[in-house]
Design a protein around this ligand. Structure first.
Ligand code: MLT
Length: 208
């Protein structure tokens, strides 16, 4: 296992001996600074591992290539998913955290790669909060996500994530035994303050 951390990232240690790590994954055009303020709302004691996607689309960082809006380059998605999963494991060794304590917090493109990690390398995440996420691909039927808490926050008026796609994702997760909550927000692709508060409450209810 390589000890080199191959993504640009920031790491802020936990406070008050919290074991939790929030893995922040930005949307297209963001970077490792974009979601830091969310982390403080979600759990001010958690460690924060915030990562920059390596793919550039007209200069805008992303976590994997797409062929057009909502159409993913699947070969690149699988390659980048493995790369991110390996990074999470290596970061756990270097910063001394347990990957079971990692909650991925992804927005849009960052949420899409987080769901891809859940579908292909579920052992590297303890759970996820996914804002404006869609189905990355249909996973194997025998994938077991037992015990993984996953919160999906979808915009009722989101032009990028069709309602059926969001519902399909919730079913795919549920059918594989994840503990899924799907919330419909009275918004579009943008994130609102009140859903952050909802996510904070959801996170505070999780027990190890
Ligand atoms: C994606 O490419 O991951 C989705 O279309 C969301 C986005 O616009 O980044």
């Amino acid at each position: 296992m390589s000890n080199h951390l191959t993504f640009i990232h920031t790491y802020t240690p936990a406070k008050n001996a919290s074991p939790r790590v929030l893995l922040m994954l930005h949307g297209t055009g963001g970077d490792e600074t974009s979601l830091i303020s969310f982390a403080g709302v979600l759990d001010p004691d958690a460690a924060i591992l915030s990562v920059r996607g390596k793919v550039l689309e007209d200069g805008a960082p992303r976590f994997f290539r797409r062929l057009q809006e909502g159409v993913f380059d699947m070969e690149d998605l699988h390659f980048r998913t493995k790369e991110l999963a390996d990074f999470i494991v290596a970061a756990g060794e270097i910063y001394s955290f347990n990957v079971k304590d990692v909650i991925a917090v992804g927005y849009s493109n960052g949420a899409n790669i987080a769901s891809s990690v859940l579908f292909s390398r579920p052992e590297v995440l303890g759970g996820a909060i996914l804002f404006r996420v869609m189905v990355p691909f249909v996973p194997e039927d025998n994938l077991d996500l037992s015990g993984k808490p996953i919160l999906l926050l979808e915009g009722k008026y989101d032009p990028l994530v069709p309602l059926e796609n969001a519902e399909h994702l919730a079913i795919l997760l549920q059918d594989r035994n994840a503990k899924v909550s799907l919330r419909w927000i009275e918004l579009d692709h943008r994130i609102g303050r009140s859903e952050l508060n909802d996510a904070q409450w959801w996170l505070s209810q999780l027990v190890d």
